[in-house]
Write a protein that binds this ligand. Structure first.
Ligand code: C2E
Ligand code: MG
Ligand code: MG
Ligand code: MG
Length: 281
């Protein structure tokens, strides 16, 4: 019954429970309680520079420790929180938690320049108080804004072109970095990439899986890497699970990688242990 979803956040309840209107309300109520009683945790998945094989940062992934239902993965509650608007509060908590954590690790591991990547839903991105939230967190955690990376999907920009432009400019002024998550699954319109200051493309894991297939499906992977490099952007391959995928990506000159081959998302204690071992892949 329990479906494995990685070490730190696996599904132990049946999400179809929440699929009717009554359950939707129940989930909304439970989420409000979860915020009050601090039932959320952030897990950290390392991001590796493929040239050196070293850790350069972490992606923050939220998880919900429900007192009765156990661990609830983000895919089962973020969409509801997005719909009800609770995402604003949950998102603020994640930003703050992850910001404090990375600042702390930066002090502890001064010879590893660490960044933190944080996911934002379209609503978080365009809601209007994002910049104020970020300014407050940067001020109060003492985090250097340059070590902060925000991950959004293309649709967050494409569905709100005007607002997105304003927010992107404000992020730029603060030198906060921007990554396009799950790249290749949405519009992938190259013309808009030109007019938006995007730092990083994250190649969706569905394309990385193809690298293991016979005959191999390189698909969009070399194309995305080429475009990114021509436009002065970085590329992260997400969902690297095998040594073969890693070797292929290195051959294609992909900058960064992330996935179970290196590490699953880790709780803070596990992440510190990993950093202490100075791994090099
Ligand atoms: P994402 O940002 O694309 O995150 C990557 C997802 O892939 C994570 O799932 C991660 O655990 C999983 N993953 C990493 N490496 C591998 C691999 O090698 N193989 C496979 N099969 N999967 C891998 P997770 O934690 O369940 O998160 C799902 C999505 O939920 C995220 O996708 C992101 O869109 C969203 N999310 C997670 N945390 C937050 C958050 O704090 N705020 C917001 N707004 N969204 C979040
Ligand atoms: Mg992400
Ligand atoms: Mg992704
Ligand atoms: Mg994804």
């Amino acid at each position: 019954r329990a479906k494995s979803r990685g070490t730190s956040c696996y599904q132990v309840f049946d999400s179809s429970m929440y699929q009717n209107a009554l359950s939707f309300l129940q989930l909304d109520t439970d989420l409000r309680t979860a915020i009050k009683e601090q039932q959320f945790r952030v897990n950290y998945q390392p991001i590796i520079a493929l040239k050196t094989g070293k850790i350069v940062g972490f992606e923050a992934l939220v998880c919900w420790h429900h007192p009765q239902r156990g661990l609830v993965p983000p895919g089962d509650f973020i969409p509801v929180a997005e719909e009800t608007g609770l995402i604003t509060e949950i998102g603020y908590w994640v930003l703050r938690q992850a910001g404090e954590q990375i600042y702390h690790w930066q002090q502890q591991f001064t010879d590893i320049p660490l960044t933190i990547s944080i996911n934002l839903t379209p609503r978080q991105f365009t809601q209007g108080n994002l910049i104020a939230q970020l300014d407050e967190i940067i001020r109060e955690t003492h985090l250097n804004s340059r070590s902060l990376k925000l991950e959004i999907k293309e649709s967050a920009i494409m569905d709100n072109l005007k607002t997105a432009q304003i927010i992107l400019n404000q992020l730029r002024q603060r030198e906060i970095q921007l990554s396009l998550d799950d790249f290749g699954t949405g519009y992938s319109s190259l013309s808009y990439l030109h007019s938006f200051p995007v730092d990083t493309l994250k190649i969706d894991r569905s394309f990385i899986q193809g690298l293991d297939e016979i005959p191999q499906k390189l698909g969009l992977v070399p194309v995305i890497i080429n475009i990114a490099q021509k436009m002065g952007m970085n590329v992260i391959a997400e969902g690297i699970e095998t040594a073969h995928q890693l070797a292929q990506l290195r051959q294609l000159n992909c900058d960064f990688g992330q996935g179970y081959f290196f590490s699953q998302p880790l709780n803070p204690e596990q992440a510190v242990n990993l950093l202490l071992s100075f791994p090099q892949w």
